[in-house]
Design a protein around this ligand. Structure first.
Ligand code: URA
Length: 258
């Protein structure tokens, strides 16, 4: 599929019919081995055995040290056991991330919602379906594929804020080292930051999305494109056209890189 086909497909997936050509280019594709990074699964308890004494939990307010040196297994374990903020009390699962550990594209959302909290995987609800459709239209997927095609998806917060309320600044601050380490381990070629909280916390700004879209930002040396959150797009259909422009900018930025 060439780039024009892809973009036409994206317009279709996003419910748009207008077509404004930007510039043609080649599609990202190349062979490689995929390594999926699955959701955190709840371990089934041993049935019929006397209950083991509960393991002592670290006190609330403690975050694992040495995050910036952790490898994938250590980081995943640190997130699963994190008790740095009050969200650990209400979560069902931490939501670490999913996708290729060397993905060229990294998608960063805000925080798990109810479905994500239940399943331990990011973007599995209605907004996730829109995200998957948008990704599919430009040849990307969260399913097993080479790193050019399989994205890595995660959130700023790894635990669900109760009732899907907005993340608190201290929750974002406590969780940030995990995301920073995920970026360092994936080494993506492009980051797509979706929604106000992802954008503002990654870019350390209070500027609204509308003023940050349309240009290439930088996060830890990685080009970052700002776009709307899929949940917002579900409520504001006309802005899908802008999200389409953002995806085109991300494609162009990636293809312009040496
Ligand atoms: N919204 C997000 O930002 N992240 C998810 O994982 C789900 C919904």
């Amino acid at each position: 599929m060439n780039l024009d086909d892809r973009r036409l497909g994206l317009l279709r997936e996003m419910g748009l019919t207008a077509w404004v050509p930007r510039h043609a280019g080649s599609a990202p594709d190349a062979p490689a081995v995929a390594a999926a990074d699955g959701p955190v699964a709840a371990a089934p308890g041993p049935e019929g055995l006397a209950a083991a004494p509960p393991e002592a939990l670290p006190p609330r307010g403690t975050r694992p040290s040495g995050i910036e040196q952790m490898d994938w297994p250590a980081l995943r374990e640190a997130v699963a056991g994190c008790r740095a903020c009050a969200l650990c009390e209400s979560r069902r699962h931490t939501v670490f991330g999913v996708g290729h550990e060397q993905a060229h594209w990294m998608i960063v959302g805000e925080a798990p919602g109810e479905n994500e909290d239940r399943l331990g995987e990011p973007f599995v609800g209605q907004a996730g379906r829109l995200l998957d459709n948008m990704l599919r239209a430009i040849g990307l997927t969260r399913e097993a594929a080479p790193p050019q095609r399989q994205v890595y998806i995660c959130n700023v917060l790894k635990c669900r804020p109760p009732g899907n309320r907005n993340p608190e600044p201290q929750e974002v601050a406590q969780c940030e080292p995990f995301l920073k380490r995920q970026v360092a381990l994936v080494k993506p070629r492009i980051i797509l930051a979706m929604g106000r909280f992802a954008v503002q916390s990654l870019l350390r700004t209070t500027e609204p999305i509308g003023r940050l879209r349309g240009r290439v930002h930088d996060y830890e040396g990685v080009p970052l494109i700002v776009t709307y959150h899929p949940a917002y797009l579900l409520r504001n259909l006309p802005d899908k056209a802008k999200a389409w422009d953002d995806l085109c900018l991300a494609l162009d930025t990636l293809q312009a890189r040496p």
